[in-house]
Design a binder for this molecule. Sequence first.
Ligand SMILES: CC(C)NC(=O)[C@H](Cc1c[nH]c2ccccc12)NC(=O)[C@H](CCCC/N=C(/NCCC(=O)O)S[C@H]1O[C@H](COP(=O)(O)OP(=O)(O)OC[C@H]2O[C@@H](n3cnc4c(N)ncnc43)[C@H](O)[C@@H]2O)[C@@H](O)[C@H]1O)NC(=O)OCc1ccccc1
Length: 283
Amino acid sequence: MAPPKDYDSIPAFHDKLLRSKRILAVCGAGLSAASGLPTFRGAGGLWRNHDAIQLATPEAFGDDPGLVWLFYAYRRHMALQVQPNAGHHALAAFAKRNPDFLCLSQNVDNLHLRAHHPAPQLRLLHGSLFSLKCSRQPQCTWTDPYNDADPLCPSLAAAADDNDPTLLDASKPLAPIPTSALPHCPECQTGLQRPGVVWFGEPLDEAMLDDIEAWIAADVVDMVIVVGTSSVVYPAAGFAEDARTEGKTSVVTVNMERSVAGMREGDFMFTGDAASLLPELLK
Ligand SMILES: CC(C)NC(=O)[C@H](Cc1c[nH]c2ccccc12)NC(=O)[C@H](CCCC/N=C(/NCCC(=O)O)S[C@H]1O[C@H](COP(=O)(O)OP(=O)(O)OC[C@H]2O[C@@H](n3cnc4c(N)ncnc43)[C@H](O)[C@@H]2O)[C@@H](O)[C@H]1O)NC(=O)OCc1ccccc1
């Protein structure tokens, strides 16, 4: 099916944006690509030949908490080395100008907050690499909302050592990390600390989901901007269509890969780097 008229016209988009009051954004790894962080589908999908999605599970942590902690310690280290890009800053600035703008992000890299995105207008759907919690939830409810120690503990030092080639070289075996050397919960003393992210098979925060659904249901959402996501992970991938009111809502896709499948009248598709497109679109 042919894409709708003006689907890639920036003036037509700005005209719709001017007439839009309630705007939702749904962001994914592609937003942070220009900052130098790998996406899940790109090269970043594999860490030492381990499928990132396989490592991001409670089962993987149960089987080998040392390996999973090295994976997350490495991503913490990488995220601390990079800076928010113009895409993050454009979303943050847009939020400050538009109280009826809500940004949902699947990214756990903390770059939105480092771009000073107003926290009340940001929902981190999958948590953060920089929050910690006891792995014996719900028996133990200990959490640390923000901890960017790098390395988090001596046994994870390899993840913070840019000169240690072994970490990314799958042909070089990793020294197993004894569980006793991993960070333990300061409250129950028995559970291991774990990254404050939502792993596959784990539910997202219920109160946050209720709050998002309430925001979407409160009134017509005039525009949904879907930025740098493959839209395969649920429930995140369902919010754009949940927010659509036929004939009223424009769904705007910003992605390096062009796809016009399923576009409706009034929708837009901008192909390219989110870090260069968002400042232009949201100015
Ligand atoms: C794989 C998928 C099919 N599986 C799921 O969705 C599962 C199962 C499931 C639930 N409902 C379903 C319905 C249908 C099918 C499956 C399911 N969902 C879950 O398990 C969720 C939890 C999902 C969250 C998992 N955690 C993450 N992250 C944190 C951890 C971590 O990061 O380590 S998901 C993680 O992967 C996802 C990666 O996707 P993207 O961000 O989109 O990145 P990707 O690389 O795929 O794509 C990048 C895109 O950017 C573009 N791009 C690249 N460069 C640029 C550029 N420069 N500019 C612009 N665009 C660019 C590319 O073209 C591409 O399109 C993100 O969500 C990211 O957060 N939990 C749950 O359902 O719980 C229930 C439940 C309820 C009660 C009780 C028990 C359980």
